[in-house]
Structures are given as C-alpha cells and as structure tokens.
Design a protein around this ligand. Structure first.
Ligand code: SME
Length: 159
C-alpha cells in the first residue's frame, strides 16, 4: 500500500476508535498507537495545552521533552501560528527542540476546539529526512478532527 492508501484505511479505524470516547487520555493514547503502528514512525504523540504550556501527553516511542513553551520549537510554533508545520529536515528549523538526536523530520498538527483554540498538538517524528508532505498534512488534519474534544463540552472543563 502506498501512503495515501494507508491513510484511507487508517481514517475509518481512527474514527471508530474515537467514537463515544470522551476521555482525553484514552482517546489520545489509542490515536497515537494506531498512527504509530500503521506507519512505524519514530515517535508519535500529543502535547496538550495546559497551564500556558504544551505538556507531554500520551505517545508511542522514546522518552520525550515534557514541557514546551508557546512559540518554541516545531510544536510551539504550530500552537502559536495555528498551522500545521511540515519540517523536511529538523536541523534546518530555527529553534527546533531535539528530544532525540535520531529525529530527522517532523510534522506537527494543531488540534482545535470548537472555538478555534488550539487544545493540543499531534507531533510525529521520523528517523529519515523528508518523510512528511502534503498527503500527511491533509490526512492528519482530517484525522485529528475525530478527537472527542474537537467539538465537545469536555473542552470547556479542561483546566
Ligand atoms: N521536536 C519537537 C519537540 C517534541 S519531540 O520531537 C517529541 C519540537 O521542536 O517542538
């Protein structure tokens, strides 16, 4: 299967996994696991916006940085700009936060609530350069919309 076909098969699985799940941790944990297993990425996980920072959430892969400031690194930039960051070579991204020296490329997708506020980011890292492109951006932006708080009351109770 090529990348597009993998995403086409992945999206319904993610939708089914998220259906009826209102708990953040449970939802993010299974979401990260499903994406990670499908592609065999180096690191797949979430940072949640909490207490004015991005705080490490459920993930698959090696130990990672726990807190990221607004506007810092790829994750903090995605939060600030409210735009997906596709980074073909992390060494060329100004301010990139190297949680692991093995990460070579990265994509970070903001997760929005129904007020268009960023509530989390999905961060995926690859051991190779140029792993992520428009296909990843389009499908992952669709995928994060399945997360339960994207349009739920849960988001108002988050802090
Ligand atoms: N590289 C990210 C930090 C998170 S780790 O890759 C898991 C960044 O620059 O925001």
């Amino acid at each position: 299967m090529n990348k597009k076909e993998k995403y086409e098969a992945l999206l319904p699985r993610l939708e089914a996994l998220m259906e009826g799940e209102q708990d953040w941790t449970a939802a993010m944990a299974n979401f990260a696991a499903e994406v990670h297993e499908t592609f065999g990425f180096f690191w797949t996980g979430f940072y949640r916006v909490t207490g004015g920072l991005l705080l490490l959430g459920p993930f698959q892969g090696p130990v990672a940085c726990t807190r990221i400031k607004y506007g810092r690194g790829v994750c903090g930039t995605a939060w600030k700009e409210k735009v997906t960051q596709v980074v073909p070579d992390v060494h060329l991204f100004p301010g990139h936060i190297a949680c692991s020296s093995l990460s070579e490329s990265e994509i970070v997708v903001p997760v929005f609530d129904d007020r268009n506020e960023v509530v989390a980011v999905l961060d995926i890292d690859s051991r190779e350069k140029n792993t992520f492109d428009e296909t990843d951006r389009v499908y992952l932006e669709r995928a994060v919309k399945f997360l339960p708080w994207a349009s739920s009351e849960a988001v108002r109770e988050r802090d």
